[in-house]
Ligand binder design. Structure first.
Ligand code: MN
Length: 230
């Protein structure tokens, strides 16, 4: 009998605005509750807020411009516009003042969420994996290298659905800044090249229906656009 040879799917790659650069995705690490107004709309208290991290597998990645089917096992698919940070190098216990030196670049992202399943998980104290880490749940636009856009600490964070503004905030309202997120995350796990960090969403999250197009955009970056097939 021939030996079995199991080959998982290839690592997905992000698109850089610098055409010759290759960015394989190692993991997608996400921050929950990183804008006060969103903590409040989710029923939380920002004063007692501590960083919450969760993961999406690399297989969740969808390039901007894609049309995806309405996800299974939900009747309440939500958009979450987020600043995405792409790591070029990693490390453990990274100091805050060293953190930005590990960043390759930035992108606009949409942390698609099965909100009904997430609410059930919160109520039952179940894990969030199936409400967050499902197929096609991480829409990420073209990555802009630091050499092109610098480091981002201000600028709008917006989401619109079929042209109607749903989320409109600013990176200055992040509870934890990018250097703080990188530094704190690196005390939980060693960070590696190709780690992709979704930094959390502001208030205004809401549903996307079949046939609608959602555009998430960070000021100065290419948008993350996704259409749900009718
Ligand atoms: Mn999110």
């Amino acid at each position: 009998m021939a030996a079995v040879d199991i080959r998982p799917p290839a690592v997905p790659t992000l698109t850089s605005t610098k055409a010759d650069d290759t960015i394989g995705i190692h993991r997608i690490l996400c921050v929950g509750k990183n804008y006060n107004a969103h903590v409040v709309e989710m029923g939380g208290d920002p004063k007692t807020n501590t960083p919450i991290f969760f993961l999406k597998p690399p297989s969740c990645y969808v390039p901007s411009g894609a049309t995806i089917p309405y996800p299974s096992q939900t009747d309440d698919l939500h958009h979450e516009a987020e600043l995405v940070v792409v790591m070029k190098t990693g490390g453990k216990d990274i100091a805050e003042d060293e953190a930005l030196s590990h960043v390759y670049g930035y992108a606009s992202g949409n942390d698609l969420t099965r909100r009904d399943l997430q609410n059930l998980a919160k109520e039952k104290r179940w894990p969030w994996d199936m409400s967050k880490g499902f197929d096609n749940s991480a829409v990420i636009g073209a990555v802009h290298p630091v050499e092109e856009v610098g480091h981002l600490s201000s600028g709008f964070v917006r989401a619109d659905v079929d042209g109607e503004t749903r989320q409109d905030s600013d990176l200055t309202k992040l509870i934890w800044s990018v250097p703080e997120i990188i530094s704190i995350l690196s005390t939980y796990v060693e960070l590696h090249p190709g780690d992709v960090i979704m930094t959390g969403t502001p208030s205004g999250v809401g549903p996307i229906a079949k046939g609608q197009t959602c555009t998430c955009e960070i000021e100065g970056l290419s948008p993350a656009v996704v259409t749900i097939s009718a």
